[in-house]
Design a protein around this ligand. Structure first.
Ligand SMILES: [Fe+2]
Length: 457
């Protein structure tokens, strides 16, 4: 059946987005000096070489049999590169560089897959249609491939951030440091309702955990106008925050060995992972250089560290519903009629003035650098410039159903140990800034571009 013009246009735009996403990840691997491609910058994660193979293995495993009925040409690599790792509470990988295939063999696997899939996808979109596979249209599977890769473009950024500077090719970045003094205050959000999730049948692509749409009542609360800055967090450190037991746990962990205090003590953690103490000076480790700590940038910390800071101030982290209400609701209605995207279309200023996201920069900007953008309630900087922790355990919305072609994407993390993050970072693709997008990480992981703001109730 011939594709309709509408389907063809959607198909072409999806293939273009896949090509662009590949360029992002190719550029990331190109930052690494060739003799460091077998390095493991973060102890809990795979070696870099795994990710070169993984991005293509994922696409291949998604499409080759289910959509195109193709036979595997390298089943060993299809399995070897199938899954990443996210160990909770220890259990570090112990493989050696010699356990992995050569870069030449991995790159050959990558280019073969790209050639086969591009050929098949172009053909399918030209002379077939976007009709359902596994009850899902081809466009949904393509969105899965694109967003999976773009998520890795962000998490690979976290990983390469931890790679020593001399193992990366140098890159000049102009840092944004100077803005008016940040004046912190709380914004009152009245009691009301908020919409969470996407309705099934929505035209927008969403992952399995974004369904179903539902409404939640949120009691009144007050939320910080800006994200917590390095300056504020430094005050917590100076006040002995890392040495004060009461800030680091409320008995909310079933396993006392895994509570925040024991984790911090066992790991010898005394400051954010992106900070470095040299002489009597604090430095911030950007992707490409160490600089004097930019005091008005948002602090990036684990959820355990964010909670400890919040307890020190007598406040809490917002719930997912509170964050969503502060970001999207209005005093009159449950949700403003559109997201930042409509502002971007209607605004005189370019979209990058609306937030620090979509790979425009590597580093954060001061929390008030883009303060012309704010939520209807006046809360600033909620999209980009760093994800924000919530106190909400990552769990299914009512009506959740795993994608049959990727059953573990969300369901493997409904374990009470992962928490919802909202917003986005400088390295989050614009497509994932939709209001329903939910990110999550374990509470004891420091290497992510995630900060927080506090609430009082
Ligand atoms: Fe993956």
């Amino acid at each position: 059946m011939l594709a309709t013009q509408h389907d063809s246009a959607i198909g072409r735009s999806l293939i273009e987005r896949l090509t662009n996403a590949r360029q992002h990840t190719d550029d990331l691997f190109a930052l690494v000096k060739p003799d460091s491609l077998y390095a493991r910058p973060i102890a809990e994660r795979h070696r870099i070489v795994f990710y070169i193979g993984h991005l293509e293995a994922f696409d291949w495993n998604l499409f080759h049999q289910r959509v195109f009925e193709l036979k595997a040409f390298h089943p060993e690599f299809d399995r070897l590169f199938a899954f990443g790792i996210d160990p909770v509470g220890g259990g570090l990988p112990s493989d050696q560089p010699s356990d992995w295939p050569s870069i030449a063999a991995v790159r050959d696997y990558v280019s073969k897959i790209r050639a086969i899939l591009d050929d098949k996808l172009t053909q399918a979109l030209l002379d077939s249609d976007l009709s359902a596979r596994d009850r899902f249209p081809l466009s949904t599977l393509l969105n899965v491939a694109i967003e999976h890769r773009l998520m890795h473009a962000e998490t690979l950024g976290y990983m390469l951030h931890q790679l020593p500077l001399d193992r990366k090719k140098p890159h000049a970045e102009v840092l944004s440091l100077i803005t008016p003094t940040v004046v912190h205050r709380s914004i009152e959000i009245p009691a009301g309702v908020v919409n969470l999730g996407l309705p099934r049948g929505s035209d927008l692509f969403g992952w399995d955990n974004e369904y179903e749409a539902h409404t939640v009542d949120v009691p009144a609360f007050a939320i910080d106008e800006y994200k917590v800055t390095n300056r504020q967090y430094l005050e917590f450190i100076t006040a002995g925050g890392y040495e004060t037991r009461t800030f680091w746990g409320d008995g909310d962990s079933e396993d006392s060995n895994d509570d925040d205090w024991n984790w911090k003590s066992r790991q010898g953690i005394s400051h954010p992972a992106f900070w470095k103490h040299e002489g009597d000076q604090w430095l911030f480790r950007t992707m490409f250089e160490d600089v004097p700590l930019p005091l008005d940038w948002p602090v990036y910390v684990s959820q355990a560290e964010a909670k400890a800071y919040a307890r020190w101030t007598g406040k809490s982290l917002p719930t997912e519903a509170e964050w969503q209400r502060a970001a999207y609701a209005t005093a009159q209605a449950t949700e403003r009629s559109d997201s930042w995207r409509s502002e971007a279309r209607g605004a005189a200023e370019p979209a990058e003035q609306l937030g620090n996201f979509d790979f425009a920069r590597w580093s954060p900007v001061p929390v008030n650098a883009l303060s012309q953008t704010h939520s209807p309630f006046g809360v600033r900087g909620m999209l980009g410039n760093g994800w924000e922790w919530t106190s909400t355990q990552f769990a299914p919305f009512p009506g959740f159903e795993p994608f049959p072609f990727y059953r573990g994407y969300s369901a493997d993390f409904f374990d009470g140990k992962h928490f919802v993050m909202k917003g986005g970072s400088a390295r989050t693709a614009a497509c994932m800034l939709r209001p329903s997008f939910r990110n999550w990480f374990q509470a004891h992981y420091q290497f992510i571009y995630t900060g927080f703001r506090c609430v009082s109730r």
